[in-house]
Design a protein around this ligand. Sequence first.
Ligand SMILES: Nc1nc2c(ncn2[C@@H]2O[C@H](COP(=O)(O)OP(=O)(O)OP(=O)(O)O)[C@@H](O)[C@H]2O)c(=O)[nH]1
Ligand SMILES: [Mg+2]
Length: 296
Amino acid sequence: MMENELAALSWHDRKVREPLKARVLEELSSLHIAPDIARSLAALAPRRTNLEDPSNLPLALLIKHLPVVEQLHTVNPGIVAVVGPTGAGKTTTIAKLAARWSMRHGSQDLAMVSTDCYRIGAREQLMTYARLLGAPMHVANDGPQLAKVLQHLRAKKLILIDTAGMGPRDRRLSEQLAALQLGAARAQVLLALAALAEAQALDEIVRTFARVAPAACVLTKVDEAANLGGALSAVVRHRLKIAYLCDGQRVPEDLHSAHRRRIWLVRSAMQLRAKAPPPGNDAYLARQFGRVHAHG
Ligand SMILES: Nc1nc2c(ncn2[C@@H]2O[C@H](COP(=O)(O)OP(=O)(O)OP(=O)(O)O)[C@@H](O)[C@H]2O)c(=O)[nH]1
Ligand SMILES: [Mg+2]
């Protein structure tokens, strides 16, 4: 009890002495941003601000430090593999990327590969999109087969590899990631992260898939998330750049460049706050941020 009271006192003191930083902590917490990320962003807050409206500072900091891929108009040519947990939107993202590409360049230089030999219907799903776009679709069951398929497709400018969805604790994941490393070492890996997943789950996913060194992530299901704090915290914590945002099932309309949409993303996080009650009442803030101050 005494500890709580001390934390409350120290949080109150902090609000008086460092109003801007306290404001950042308060505002970011209300967006469900994790305390460690709120703290590290608050540390970057100036003592004074020349912003016309200082209440914009927390969001300005978040927008500034949100890792996004900057030079992205559409997909870069090459080999792109999309990995991630089950149902994160990998195949749909591949369909969106493929459709975007073929709208710009036609489908003659495009191919798709499925390495999903686990889920019934997974290949058919990709095949349906490939047929619609008039692009070839190949399958590969392991690393050597994947290498062979990619060799066969070497003249193509964009090859999109769809992988089987597996959670971070799935024993087969290691096997699948090894096959990808062996068969498609040159592939740029995109990690599909569903924004609606829980903060801790997202964190575990990012840590597990770091093994295949994702170049960036695709934040999917932004339209379905109750709050965006978990997803935003995970990408900032792991400095994982967001390449694309997906906010619906439509192919390809619901795929957007994250760089162009970063302000929109932070605004969406704010709008969601109106719907979901924030955790940031004074007792919560004192517990999270009071003691840090008390310890210096
Ligand atoms: N609302 C919404 N739904 C999406 C989005 N992206 C994908 N979906 C839907 O989510 C479901 C799963 O998408 P898939 O693309 O099959 O996911 P996956 O990661 O390939 O799934 P597995 O291969 O089974 O691991 C489908 O119904 C998609 O239409 C999105 O951004 N928003
Ligand atoms: Mg799939």
